[in-house]
Design a protein around this ligand. Structure first.
Ligand SMILES: O=C(O)c1ccccc1NCC(=O)[C@H](O)[C@H](O)COP(=O)(O)O
Length: 245
């Protein structure tokens, strides 16, 4: 990725209707996320997925989000969603991330829950095996969902990190706070679900447009943080360097 190509990646997650997908694509989202997790209000079934995903037509990267999937489920999801990226949002270990990446031959984005600085101790291990890292707010113990809770965390905890992998920020982002979040954390990308909804699982095309526009405006003046290219070198070649702020 040349420096001229570097730009903030915006992901709209939890899409389950054509209307929401069309809004995300028209707004210029770089990644569109589809959740396959039956407990979620954003769950997209194996039967619904092929038609909706076909609508993307290469205009954005397709991300299939799963929580602690076993291999048979991954096989079904890969067949139904034809994803460009697998997002793992459960308790998958670094070894499991590496095994999934090797077995399915797809880039993996690993979500890491963040509530306090100590939660970042695992970052080098995951950065060594995942193609991207997504920081999300740590859910309360016993929460129904491990993500998509519309809950922010202290963005300063992830400011100034460099592990040679693209880093995305998520958790409670919306059109009103994404500028502040990026000013504090300066990530390579942002990911939103609840913040572009009118109710859990009900996406708002207007909020999607506003979010993408606000994120783009926010980084218009940022040019000093080089963005690592996704998949430019394999995780196995990564020499992890984590600078804690
Ligand atoms: O969205 C869900 O329902 C969900 C279920 C299980 C695991 C993850 C889930 N969502 C993750 C996301 O949508 C995003 O990656 C991220 O957590 C942002 O969520 P939000 O705070 O709602 O913007």
């Amino acid at each position: 990725m040349g420096s001229d190509d570097r730009r903030l990646e915006v992901k709209i997650c939890g899409i389950k209707t054509a209307e929401a997908l069309d809004a995300a694509l028209a707004a210029g989202a770089d990644l569109v996320g589809f959740v396959h997790f039956p407990k979620s209000p954003r769950h997209l079934s194996l039967a619904e997925a092929p038609a909706l995903v076909a609508r993307v037509g290469g205009r954005a990267k397709v991300v299939a989000l799963l929580v602690d999937p076993d291999d048979p489920l991954l096989e079904q999801v890969v067949a139904a969603f034809s994803p460009d990226i697998l997002q793992l949002h459960g308790h998958e270990t670094p070894e499991r991330v590496a095994a999934i990446r090797a077995r399915f031959g797809l880039p993996v984005m690993k979500a890491l829950p963040v509530g306090r600085r100590e939660d970042l101790a695992v970052l080098p291990a995951y950065a060594g095996v995942a193609d991207r890292i997504l920081f999300d707010a740590k859910p309360d113990p016993g929460a129904l969902l491990p993500g998509g809770n519309g809950r922010p965390f202290d963005w300063r905890l992830v400011a100034g990190l460099d592990v040679g992998r693209p880093l995305m920020l998520s958790g409670g982002l919306n059109a009103d706070n994404v500028s502040q979040a990026l000013a504090e954390a300066r990530m390579d990308g942002v990911d939103v679900s609840s913040g572009v909804e009118d109710a859990p699982g009900v996406k708002s095309p207007e909020k999607i447009r506003a979010f993408v526009a606000a994120a783009r405006r926010a980084v218009a003046g940022f040019s000093d943080k080089p963005l690592p290219a996704a998949g430019a070198d394999g995780p196995e070649n990564l020499s992890s360097k984590v600078r804690a702020s």
